[in-house]
Design a binder for this molecule. Structure first.
Ligand SMILES: [Zn+2]
Ligand SMILES: [Zn+2]
Length: 404
């Protein structure tokens, strides 16, 4: 077995014919371009594309298989040019009885199973062609539908203040899925403002596998967070074994932004337009006393936590902080091109390039910055209220804007 890099939450902007899928996402973010970017530049072996429920996207997928550009694997997933396997995913918004909304991703091994699921959605979703649409059922019912169609189900960005189970709906997933429903979840996705250290302050998450994915809305943002999986081969069946920690397969590491860089990390007052500068949980604005706030992920976790400190279960892999390359000052298209020329993919730059080799390609200063970024040692300012945090670089004396 060996390591595979996996980013299992990537959006589609447009179909190959230019039809909108996610309106706010980039135009060049098509199904095929995602596979190509993951294969050629990112070094991502497993890409979960979460807008595959759109009938217009399914036409694209069918055409790619018909032309031989992609091959459906016996173990589930579609292989692109020997290097990247795409998992067919579908992110949807569900709504609980009290009106609270949250996002969830379902993945399907085959196109046939995906199409069965889409058939279930037809009467429940108003515009199926668009991304992350509201499905007019509670989350536990969507979970049942996904499993009936042969898929698996995962709460997405579980803690964000907008449209997430812990952020918006419940303080325990057990309330949402039933106590015995938790073992039917394939995994729980952390989201950009959380990490496993924060999640492990909640007791019910101990048996679950945690994933860190990019939720990318453009090609460069793919793999800003990702997972390292220990598998026999890159197929959906192997991924599922890893999520269940079965047969030696497992998630061996999560890589992501320091949660302080996430745009919803701390509580933000919409009137004062400031991040609460107090110990979490900030449940109102410490300045004006008001509750016209966007509650931070850290503040929400502090509010509902079972433990004041993380209690990671034995199986929990390390979560490594990393700042993606293209958000470093001085790493523009030209420098990135040089790095990819020399090392092949971004994953190789981040995981394999030696400091000496980096120095030869981009010079001492930039090499140091890249090493700090991949080791997670850049100094940071916290984000909140929809504004990303910032990395403050000593080496270049500039602030790295995370405004992607
Ligand atoms: Zn979402
Ligand atoms: Zn998403």
């Amino acid at each position: 077995m060996r390591e595979f890099y996996a980013d299992l939450h990537i959006h589609i902007g447009r179909t190959s014919t230019g039809k909108s899928v996610k309106i706010t996402a980039a135009r060049d973010l098509t199904f095929e371009n995602i596979a190509k970017e993951c294969a050629e530049r990112k070094g991502i072996a497993l890409a979960g594309i979460v807008d595959c429920g759109s009938p217009a996207v399914i036409e694209d997928i069918d055409a790619l298989v018909a032309s031989g550009e992609m091959v459906e694997l016996p173990g589930g997933g579609l292989r692109y040019r020997e290097t990247t396997t795409v998992l067919l995913g579908c992110e949807l918004e569900t709504v609980e009885e009290d009106g609270a909304a949250s996002h969830h991703v379902s993945y399907f091994p085959t196109r046939e199973q995906l199409k069965v699921f889409v058939g279930f959605l037809r009467r429940l979703v108003t515009n199926l062609d668009l991304s992350s649409q509201r499905c007019r059922v509670p989350a536990r019912q969507l979970l049942r539908m996904a499993r009936t169609a042969g898929g698996v189900f995962m709460p997405a960005h579980a803690f964000t203040p907008h449209k997430s189970p812990y952020g918006r709906c419940v303080s325990r997933l057990g309330e949402m899925f039933g106590e015995d429903g938790l073992d039917r979840l394939a995994a729980v996705e952390l989201g950009l403002s959380a990490d496993s250290y924060l999640a492990d302050r909640i007791a019910e998450l101990a048996p679950l596998t945690l994933l860190s994915n990019s939720d990318a809305h453009s090609l460069p943002k793919i793999a800003r967070e990702y997972n390292v999986l220990w598998l026999e081969e890159a197929t959906m069946a192997e991924v599922l074994l890893a999520l269940q920690r079965s047969g030696g397969r497992k998630v061996v590491a999560n890589y992501g932004l320091d949660p302080r860089l996430g745009k919803y990390h701390r509580t933000f007052c919409l009137d004062c337009e400031e991040i609460a500068p107090v110990e979490p949980p900030a449940l109102s604005c410490p300045r004006c006393g008001g509750t016209h706030i966007v509650k931070g992920v850290l503040d929400r976790i502090a509010e509902i936590a079972d433990y004041p400190e993380p209690r990671p279960p034995q199986h929990r892999p390390p979560y490594h902080y990393q700042v993606p390359l293209q958000f470093l000052p001085g790493v523009g298209a030209v420098t990135l091109g040089k790095l990819l020329n020399r090392f092949g993919t971004e994953m190789r730059v981040l995981h394999e390039a030696s400091p000496d080799d980096l120095r030869l390609v981009v010079g001492t200063k930039l090499a140091e910055l890249i090493i700090e970024a991949r080791e997670g040692t850049l100094p940071l300012l916290a984000g909140g209220g929809g504004r990303y945090g910032k990395a403050v670089s000593d080496a270049s004396d500039t602030q790295v804007s995370m405004g992607w």
